[in-house]
Design a protein. Structure first.
Length: 571
């Protein structure tokens, strides 16, 4: 196609607003980055899976035959599980500063991996029966958590935004569909949603490692805790090698000056001027205040730069209430594992249940992206997938309902609250019934709810973090999103003294009500964005040329964006 076939989307153009919106194509190099996320989640969840049993139950077995090592009890197990999550996700801020300010996302990923591996080696050595008997395992576990957390922070801060940067769609634009001749909008929002759906699908594929861990744990007991950790370390080394092999094909955005320092200076000017509009260089110049601020007088300080910083801050505002969602999410790694241990497990490991949300998400996420589901899974069930099963197209085409990011996050809170309500009622019946008499699989509906809520909250949050963040601060804004996991974990740690029997009915009820209230507050706070279309406004400008970015093997040139052809785009 010729360049004339393309034009940038203009939200003020009535014709453009009336056109059908479609997602852009995926660059296959996206999946090379996703492999790293899959490997990291493979290792992280392989550790997290048996962690509750490892800490809670004694060595070699408790009376119920559930494996363990430290024998520190349920509250300590929950607290350490939450600490591990807090530390790992807090470290995303450290990783983001290193990436955006010094190394760039690619090099930060490379250097974070050896740190992660060192932590794994510490865990392997201190989880042996000899170390357990010598009382060295508890200290070793803490040291391993701290080291692995540092590695996790560097990886989590960089992988998601780097996936987004592999997307060929930098800006929404108009194209003529070569098959139908219809003019349509290739929308950056839909394109980013597609990218992060598949990113999160790969991440959840990696979390299935806990299936193997829990099965081995159930069959062999505590003596073989080091075996899966050693396996995970080997897998991670292979993943790093794979990433390096394909690295020359990846889009790598280098660090741009001192973005975090510059953003801090900008926010200080905004604070003193009391608004972003008043802090723009145009306004400062008109008021004769430009020379008052040294940074404002620099060439970097432009109206578009101030708008970019405002856009990134808006993304962070959407994340304020997310810790209350994560408070629900962390229950599957601690208290719900303990709840499963009070049920009739039969031959099923109780901590196998924490993999259920992963399994459901692996099934649900492809259905949310109908076009790529059909391409990947072939023509089997294509008619079903393209009709009423795919939620977003069904609501949009049948009822005219568009689930924009605000509504998706709100619904995610509501479904998470519903999952906790079910868990609360189930806990009541567990207390009323004879010990270990309710079948383990009765817990399944709660995991279905958590899986659906993750799709709506987490994927949407990553999408908003990428689209609204300025290019030079994508890792940092992404880290703020992940930091909400750390805050949620702090809430979990604070509640751990009361998260024990016989308090669990009240505990789950309180978490349920908290998530519901947080969801309602989120909707009330941002409901105006649903109607005026500002929930994705300020998509972040693209300064310079990102090599490898291409809309459908063509090029767009304007004052704001230059996109060059690339052969690596998926057909």
């Amino acid at each position: 196609m010729e360049d004339a076939d393309f034009e940038l989307y203009n939200d003020d153009n009535e014709e453009h607003k009336s056109l059908r919106k479609v997602p852009g194509r995926l660059n296959w190099m996206l999946f090379a980055v996703c492999v790293v996320e899959m490997g990291e989640r493979f290792v992280y969840n392989g550790i997290s899976g048996p962690l509750q049993n490892y800490v809670q139950n004694p060595y070699p077995h408790n009376p119920a035959g559930i494996p363990g090592a430290l024998g520190r009890g349920q509250s300590t197990g929950v607290a350490l599980s939450n600490f591990f999550k807090f530390w790992a996700y807090f470290c995303t801020v450290i990783g983001a500063v290193v990436a955006d300010q010094y190394l760039g996302k690619f090099k930060t990923i490379i250097w974070s991996t050896p740190i992660y591996i060192i932590g794994m080696i510490i865990l392997v050595v201190t989880a042996t029966p000899m170390a357990i008997k010598a009382d060295a395992s508890f200290g070793g576990l803490i040291a391993a958590m701290i080291t692995i957390g540092l590695g996790t922070g560097g990886l989590k801060a960089c992988i998601a935004p780097m996936c987004g940067e592999q997307s060929p769609t930098l800006k929404s634009y108009i194209r003529t569909n070569p098959k139908t001749g219809e003019r349509e909008v290739v929308d950056i929002g839909l394109s980013s949603a597609r990218v992060f759906m598949w990113y999160y699908w790969a991440a959840n594929l990696g979390t299935l490692s806990s299936l193997g861990t829990t099965s081995l744990e159930k069959s062999t007991g505590s003596d073989d805790f080091p075996i899966p950790e050693l396996t995970f370390t080997s897998v991670f080394i292979v993943v790093l090698a794979f990433f390096l092999i394909f690295s020359k094909h990846l889009v790598k955005v280098p660090p741009m000056g001192s973005p975090i320092v510059d953003a801090t200076r900008t926010l200080m000017i905004v604070f003193r001027e009391k608004s972003f509009a008043a802090a723009s260089p145009t306004t400062l110049r008109a008021k004769g205040r430009l020379e008052k601020y040294k940074f404002a007088a620099s060439e970097r300080y432009t109206d578009s730069y101030v708008a970019d910083i405002r856009s990134g801050m808006m993304a962070c505002k959407y994340f304020v209430l997310l810790p209350f969602f994560w408070l629900v999410w962390i229950q599957i790694y601690g208290n719900m594992v303990a709840q499963a241990g009070m049920m009739d497990v039969g031959n099923t490991p109780n901590d196998l249940m924490l993999t259920l949300p992963t399994i459901f998400m692996l099934a649900f996420i492809p259905l949310f992206d109908s076009e790529y589901s059909c391409r990947i899974f072939g023509q089997v069930g294509v008619g079903l997938i393209r009709s009423t099963v795919v939620l977003y197209p069904f609501l949009r085409n049948t009822f005219g309902i568009v689930l924009n990011p605000i509504l998706r996050i709100f619904l995610g809170f509501m479904v998470a609250s519903l999952g906790m309500l079910y868990t609360c009622v189930l806990q009541h019946f567990i207390y009323e019934a004879p010990p270990n008499s309710i079948n383990l699989w009765v817990q399944t509906p709660a995991h279905v709810c958590i899986a659906i809520s993750e799709i709506w909250v987490v994927i949407t949050g990553l999408e908003v973090a990428f689209i609204k963040a300025p290019p030079m601060l994508r890792a940092f804004v992404s880290s703020i999103f992940w930091l909400t996991v750390a805050v949620g974990s702090i809430l979990g740690i604070a509640l751990s003294p009361v998260s024990k029997n016989p308090n669990m009915v009240w505990f789950y009820g309180a978490v349920c009500i908290t998530a519901f209230i947080a969801g309602v507050l989120f909707y009330v706070w941002f409901r105006e964005s649903i109607h005026n279309g500002t929930e994705m406004a300020g998509q972040g400008s693209v300064s310079g040329v990102l090599e490898g970015k291409v809309p459908d093997n063509s090029s767009i040139r304007s004052k704001e964006i230059t996109i060059e052809p690339k052969k690596l785009e998926a057909e």
